[in-house]
Design a protein around this ligand. Sequence first.
Ligand code: COA
Length: 342
Amino acid sequence: MAAVLAGIGGFLPPRVVTNEDLSATLDTSDEWIRTRTGISERRFVSGGLSTGGLAVEAGARALRSARADAVDAVDAVVVATTSPERLCPAVAPEVASRLGLGQVAAFDLTSACSGFLYGLAASAGLIASGAADTVLFIGAEAFTTLVNQQDRSTAPIFGDGAGAVVLRRGEPDEPGALGPFDLGSDGSLADLLAVPAGGSRQRSADGGLGHGAVPTGDWYLRMEGRPLYQQAVEHMTRSAQSVLKHADWSVADVDWFVGHQANVRIVRAVAEELELPEERVAVNIDRVGNTLSASVPLLLNDIAARGDLRPGDRVLLSAFGAGLSWGSAVLVWPDVAAVPVS
Ligand code: COA
């Protein structure tokens, strides 16, 4: 028995923010952003759209892509997000209701940029445990709301969006069967990428009296780019090697490397370490930036929708993010419909 991918969809909010747009208010340039990160434009939520709305749109598209019998069977909704709709409650129950899925099991999980890999493993676990037969799993992020748009070291990097998959109970040897997985973390380096304020630590420190003592910057992302870059290359490479070993695949077996899009230089450096040729490395960061847990499913959807990723292709997924946390998985791509995200 295995969790099998049976549908995929993605959604990007309509507001496009180009490098030129950012350069109008920040001490940066299109040239710096493109050469250092590979990003040309990204999307920002606007007009009241937030994580829940992004998740609903992507979830609806994944349900349309899945076979009708899989849709009827959805009995759990999982949302990976590090830009929650609010601190409490989770957004997944609301997403399930808005999609008309009824009173199904629903919860959120937080694992930043590795959220899609952790969420895939958790969703597969729901199926393996018998708690669910079919899971709608969504990575949804309005993370630009947590980024200080006056900080040139973080503002150009992130974008908003959502990607979703439908997973159903199936057989380990059929296309779309997920796994093995490799997951890991290193909490000793949590401060390399963090939003310090807003949670219990800051609330308990100020005695619950208010937020006056909290420096404004603490409400926003703090990131140390250089050490993160090194950690990302190291852990994505090791995790990918480990999952290939467990799957008994060689690098030559991999048709597509679909890595988290944090920086095109990170993705290329990992591919180089793995000795994967460039034509097998999927990239869409130029158009979307770093969308955290939405990054891998948006990229899968993109390359499937344009016909580059075909049924039977062997796919290596790998991601790294805050926590620190990382994860990898493999699957043989199934015959699922994918629609371009505009
Ligand atoms: N525009 C112009 N110049 C900028 C800039 C910007 N937006 N941001 C930084 N700079 C400047 C710096 O001030 C520095 O100037 P200096 O040499 O005069 O001191 C120079 O550019 C180089 O900065 P540095 O931070 O060393 O650049 P970098 O090559 O490491 O690239 C990142 C910065 C953030 C793009 C890169 O480190 C990265 O991608 N890190 C990983 C981030 C990440 O993955 N985060 C999410 C985790 S999943």
